[in-house]
Design a protein around this ligand. Structure first.
Ligand SMILES: O=C(Nc1ccc2nc(N3CCOCC3)sc2c1)c1ccc(CN2C(=O)C=NC2=O)cc1
Length: 475
C-alpha cells in the first residue's frame, strides 16, 4: 500500500465523519446503488487532484464502488483534512496496522515541492504505468502530464504560459528529474482517455489548451453543469457565509447593516442568508440586470462609497479585484467586519491596508485579524482577505458537494465508457444528465415531482422524461 498522509491514527475519526457525510450525500450513495451490478468504472485507473476533505473521501469511495482503481492528491497545499486522508488510506475494511484503502498523497501544509511530488506519485501506478482517467480541480494534474509530454517531445524545457503556476521552477525541476528515454510522460498522456474538471480555473486552462491545439485528450467541464456551479455558488455560500462569520466573530448579525458587493449567484446566496439573520442588506453592483434583480428582491442597491461609513459587515462576492480598498477600510465604523467569499483572494486590498501609515495588525486568532488605524478605530479582516468560508469554516456542506461530485462521477462514467463519442475537445454534460443529478437528490428532501402528460409534453415540445429546458436556459 503506498500512501503518504499526516497521521494514520486519525483514520477512525475520519471514518466516523465519512459515515455521517454519506447520509448527506444522497446523489453519490444513489449512484453506488444504481451502478453496483454493472461496475461501469471497472478497468478505470483514475488519478484525482481535488481537495482531500471528508466529502471528497465519499467521492473517492464511490468511484471505487463502481469498479475503479484510484490514486489521489489534494489540489491545494492547505485544503487537506488530515483525518479524511487517513481514513481514505486505511479504507472502510482496513485498520491502521493493515491499511486497505486508496493510495492518497496529501497532508495539510505541504510545501510546493511536496505538492508536486504528491501529484507525480498519484500519476504513477506501481510498475510505472499511469492512469487512464484524470479527475481534476484547477488543472494541475492535467498540466503536469501535458508539460511532461511537451518536454519529452521537444527534448527541452517547456515554456511557461501566463496561466501556469508561479512555482514554475518546481515543476521544471520535477520534470527534469523524471523525463527520460522511456518517455514516461508521453506514455502516460497516450493512455489517458480523458479528464473531468471541477472548477472555472481548470476549465479556463482546458479551453486555452484546446484553442492552442495542445490538448492531448478530451475533457468534460463539470463546473458548468447547472447542478454544480449554481449550487456551489448560491446554496453553498448561502450556508457557509454565516458559518464563517459566526466561527470567526460570533457577532450578532440581526439588526446590523451588511453590505454585499456583487449580486451574482454567490452574492444572491449571501444577501439571502444575511437577510435571513435579520441584517439590513445593501447590495453594490456594476451590472444593471443584477442590480435590477437585487432591487426587485427588496434590497437597497447603491455604491460602496455611499454606505462604507454606516455598515457593520462587508462581504465581497464579485470575482474582481480591489473591490474594498484601503481608503474604504479607513472610513469604516469601529470594528466593522470585512470578508471575501468571491472566487479569488484579491477582492480586498490587503497590500494597501498593510501600507496605511500607522496601521497596526493585531492577530486575534487564526484567520481573524484586527487592523488598528492611527485614529484608534479598528476593523476585523477575516482569512486575510482570502475565501472566508474556507479559511474560517469548512467550505460548502456535504449536500452541496454531493451535487458537484455526482456530476463528477457521471462525467467519469460518460468519458470512460463512451470515449469514442468524445474526440479531443471540451464538453459539458448533456442536460438530461444534469437533470439526473438533480433527480438523485430529490428523495432526500422529500420532493415529489409532477409528471407531464404526453399531450402536455408535446404542447411544450419536450419528452415526458425530459430534458425540459433548451440548452441556453438560465435557471
Ligand atoms: O481551498 C480549500 N480549502 C482551504 C482550507 C484552508 C486553507 N488555508 C489556507 N491558508 C492560506 C495561507 O495561510 C494559511 C491558511 S488556503 C486554504 C484552503 C477548499 C476549497 C474547496 C473545497 C471543496 N469542498 C469540500 O470538499 C467540502 N466542502 C467544500 O467546499 C474544499 C476546500
Amino acid at each position: 500500500m503506498d500512501f503518504k498522509v499526516a497521521d494514520l491514527s486519525l483514520a477512525d475519526f475520519g471514518r466516523k465523519e465519512i459515515r455521517l457525510a454519506e447520509h448527506e450525500m444522497p446523489g453519490l450513495m444513489a449512484v453506488r446503488k444504481e451502478y453496483a451490478a454493472s461496475q461501469p468504472l471497472r478497468g478505470a485507473k483514475i488519478m484525482g487532484s481535488l481537495h482531500m476533505t471528508i466529502q471528497t473521501a465519499v467521492l473517492i469511495e464511490t468511484l471505487v464502488a463502481l469498479g475503479a482503481e484510484v490514486r489521489w492528491v489534494s489540489c491545494n497545499i492547505f485544503s487537506t483534512q488530515d483525518h479524511a486522508a487517513a481514513a481514505v488510506a486505511v479504507g472502510p475494511n482496513g485498520t491502521v496496522d493493515n491499511p486497505q484503502g486508496v493510495p492518497v498523497f496529501a497532508w495539510k501544509g505541504e510545501t510546493l515541492e511536496e505538492y508536486w511530488w504528491c501529484t507525480e506519485q498519484a500519476l504513477t501506478w506501481p510498475g510505472g504505468e499511469g492512469p487512464n482517467m484524470i479527475l481534476d480541480d484547477g488543472g494541475d494534474a492535467t498540466l503536469l502530464v501535458h508539460k511532461g509530454a511537451e518536454y519529452e517531445k521537444a527534448g527541452a524545457v517547456p515554456s511557461a504560459t501566463e496561466s501556469d503556476p508561479e512555482e514554475w521552477h518546481v515543476i521544471i525541476d520535477l520534470l527534469t528529474r523524471t523525463v527520460g528515454e522511456e518517455k514516461k510522460w508521453t506514455k502516460i498522456a497516450e493512455q489517458i482517455k480523458g479528464v473531468t474538471e471541477e472548477t472555472t480555473t481548470g476549465v479556463h486552462r482546458l479551453y486555452e489548451m484546446f484553442k492552442s491545439g495542445t490538448l492531448l485528450f478530451p475533457a468534460i467541464n463539470v463546473n458548468d453543469s447547472v447542478t454544480k456551479s449554481k449550487f456551489d455558488n448560491k446554496y453553498g455560500c448561502r450556508h457557509s457565509v454565516i458559518d464563517g462569520l459566526n466561527r470567526a466573530t460570533d457577532v450578532l448579525i440581526g439588526g446590523k447593516v451588511a453590505v454585499v458587493c456583487g449580486y451574482g449567484d454567490v452574492g444572491k446566496g449571501c444577501a439571502d442568508a444575511l437577510r435571513g439573520q435579520g441584517a439590513r442588506v445593501i447590495v453594490t453592483e456594476i451590472d444593471p440586470i443584477c442590480a435590477l434583480q437585487a432591487a426587485m428582491d427588496g434590497f437597497q442597491v447603491t455604491t460602496l462609497d455611499e454606505v462604507v461609513g454606516i455598515a457593520d459587515i462587508f462581504v465581497t462576492t464579485t470575482g474582481n479585484f480591489d473591490i474594498i480598498t484601503a481608503d474604504h477600510m479607513a472610513r469604516m465604523k469601529h470594528q466593522a467586519i470585512v470578508s471575501n467569499i468571491g472566487h479569488f483572494d484579491n477582492e480586498i486590498d490587503m497590500a494597501g491596508l498593510a501600507k496605511t501609515p500607522g496601521i497596526v495588525r493585531n492577530n486575534i486568532k487564526p484567520q481573524v485579524d484586527e487592523w488598528v488605524f492611527e485614529d484608534g478605530h479598528s476593523i476585523l479582516v477575516l482569512a486575510e482577505g482570502r475565501l472566508m468560508n474556507l479559511g474560517c469554516a469548512t467550505g460548502h456542506p456535504s449536500f452541496v458537494m454531493s451535487n458537484s461530485f455526482t456530476n463528477q462521477v457521471i462525467a467519469q462514467i460518460e468519458l470512460f465508457t463512451k470515449t469514442e463519442e468524445y474526440p479531443i475537445g471540451v464538453y459539458t454534460l448533456p442536460k438530461h444528465l444534469d437533470e439526473k443529478v438533480a433527480r438523485l437528490h430529490l428523495d432526500a428532501l422529500g420532493v415529489k415531482l409532477t409528471t407531464l402528460t404526453k399531450a402536455q409534453a408535446e404542447y411544450i415540445g419536450v419528452n415526458v422524461e425530459g430534458p425540459y429546458k433548451p440548452e441556453h436556459y438560465r435557471y
